[in-house]
Design a protein around this ligand. Structure first.
Ligand code: GLC
Ligand code: CA
Length: 541
């Protein structure tokens, strides 16, 4: 079984960079103030120009949008505001012509309260959907540690379990170890959980047959309840992966699990590095000195010119998962996503951002760029929209040109899904296109470099050559069977020196920032990096 699951090497992921599109905010093709699928189709040439080979679309299905579409009411239908199923199929086809694959967002753990399955499940009379959701057996049983319960919602005598917000009732995949005294806790192979599992495959099959190339899976670790150590949830995904490999061997799954040591053996091809499972991610780009001492976000991030960050906060955790999953699947580091505010651009110059992308695009695994991060789109503090709360400010429209609404939409300003950056110096694709030194063009060049050298791609081996707690720079090696590269990054504004465990010559492929210098010291290679600089070098033995 093990071998069948992991037997097939991921292939097209090897040199793929992903682009995450929040469909509400990408491009509005019909002037109603909200992005749509036809809008994405119209911007495919731009997406292709980035060099990315795949997109992940946040949920685009029927929904009351109490959580921006992560509350699905029909898994088989594109939401009217985005277009039709035929539009989505056209997107698959048009993207395919440009060598771009589309991953949809699969929300397997919960539905909207408006999903017809849930409406049926709410009824006191037993029916086909009674056991599609998790209900306690009495309406007053509303406080059970470890569960979010909602009581008094329906005439059914019970409380339902929700996964995230209260309007997101949890689908019933059963309990890992049902408590025999609690009859409402069903086992994973009870009829209800088995039907739900089948529904999940049906949904996946429907979109894969239409032309989707896989899924980003929302809170993938949430399915089986009271599943300490995630064993049963892992088994569930292994079963799905086994089926997927047979019927859709080209399809790829990326999980929102943030525990690669679980998600990869569970059958995911990739797992995201995200703050909730890998807090070291925050130490990389987003720890902010100032606002809230005592919280996870307090302190300095590594990519901060003051040079007080600690790369080991990220690396210790990352390397643990990297070693556990090496050769079996990938860790995906994103620039950010629709849940993370601030955006990566916050407080950084173009030169500083370039070093962030240098890191992102030379690390192993499959990198993800959140739409707009390639032009330094800014994030804001905005009132909540569609359950976004503090996340809302990193979901604003893409800025295309100098036209009204930055070319995002022809609607009146008040009608826009979210406001556009009001500042006159706001970044736009148009401005970045005409400047050879713009972030956009630097990102394009880095994507091209990654695509050119297999040793910089997903599975080539990573070795850390220099990383010390609270010290700069970071130097690592990426190597394939044929060649090896060194990547050195100094995000601090001070010049730094690192003695590398190498007796070799390094030939620069590309230098970022002021010129660096290599010397030899006791037969060892020493790199001297000026402030805010970095480089990629080929190792000549
Ligand atoms: C995931 C999504 C987030 C959503 C939540 C509930 O974390 O990324 O946007 O609110 O799941 O589905
Ligand atoms: Ca529209």
């Amino acid at each position: 079984m093990e071998d069948t699951i992991h037997g097939s090497e991921p292939d097209w992921l090897e040199d793929t960079v992903f682009y995450e599109i929040y469909p509400q905010s990408f491009y509005d093709s019909n002037g109603d103030g909200i992005g749509d699928i036809q809008g994405i189709i119209l911007k495919l040439d731009y997406i292709q120009s980035l060099g990315v080979k795949a997109c992940w679309l946040d949920p685009c299905f029927e929904s009351p949008f109490q959580d921006a579409g992560y509350d699905v009411s029909d898994y088989y239908k594109v939401a009217g505001r985005y277009g039709t199923n035929a539009d989505l199929k056209r997107l698959f086809d048009e993207a395919g012509k440009r060598g771009i694959r589309i991953l949809l967002d699969l929300v397997p753990g919960h539905t909207s309260v408006l999903h017809p399955w849930f409406i049926e499940s709410c009824k006191p009379e037993r029916n086909q959907y009674t056991d599609y959701y998790i209900w306690t057996d009495a309406h007053w049983k509303w406080e059970i540690p470890g569960f979010k319960l909602t009581s008094g919602y329906s005439q059914r005598d019970g409380c339902y379990v929700s996964n995230f917000f209260s309007f997101q009732p949890a689908l019933n995949y059963g309990f890992a170890n049902p408590d025999p005294d609690q009859a409402w806790q069903q086992s994973v192979d009870a009829p209800g959980p088995k039907q739900v599992r089948q529904e999940l495959k049906n949904i996946m099959r429907y979109w894969l047959e239409m032309g989707a190339s896989g899924f980003r899976v929302d809170i993938a670790n949430s399915l089986v309840k009271a599943d300490f150590g995630n064993r049963q949830t892992m088994q569930l995904w292994q079963e799905i992966r086994y089926w997927l490999d047979k019927d859709f061997p080209e399809a790829r799954l990326v999980s929102e699990w943030s525990m690669p040591s679980h998600a990869i053996p569970a059958g995911f091809h990739m797992d995201f590095c995200l703050p909730f499972g890998m807090p070291g991610y925050t130490a990389l780009f987003r720890k902010q000195y100032g606002p809230s001492p005592g919280t996870d976000r307090y302190g300095f991030n590594f990519f901060d010119p003051r040079g007080h960050g600690n790369i080991m906060e990220f690396l210790d955790e990352y390397l643990y998962h990297y070693r556990n999953t090496y050769g079996k699947g990938f860790i995906s580091i994103p620039t950010g996503n629709h849940d993370i505010n601030p955006r990566i651009s916050k407080g950084r110059t173009t030169d500083e951002l370039e070093l962030v992308f240098l890191f992102l695009l030379t690390m192993p695994g499959v990198p993800f760029i959140y739409y707009g991060d390639e032009i330094g789109l800014r994030s804001f503090d905005l009132p909540s929209k569609e359950g976004g709360y503090e996340r809302t400010g990193s979901r604003t429209p893409m800025q295309w040109s100098d036209a009204p609404n930055a070319g995002f939409s022809t609607a009146n300003r008040e009608q826009l899904y979210l406001p556009i950056d009001p500042s006159p110096d706001r970044p736009t694709v148009f401005k970045h296109e005409s400047d050879p030194l713009s972030l956009l063009n630097r990102v394009r060049e880095l994507v091209t470099i990654r695509k050119t050298f297999p040793a910089l791609q997903a599975s080539a081996h990573l070795d850390i050559l220099y990383a010390q707690p609270g010290v700069y720079p970071l130097v690592y090696q990426r190597a394939s069977a044929e060649e090896a590269y060194i990547i050195a990054i100094n995000p601090s504004s001070q010049p730094v020196t690192a003695r590398l465990p190498l007796q070799a010559t390094a030939v620069p492929i590309r230098i970022y920032g002021p010129q660096d210098v290599f010397t030899m010291q006791d037969d060892r290679l020493v790199i001297h990096l000026p402030g805010i600089s970095g480089g990629i070098y080929r190792l000549a033995k």
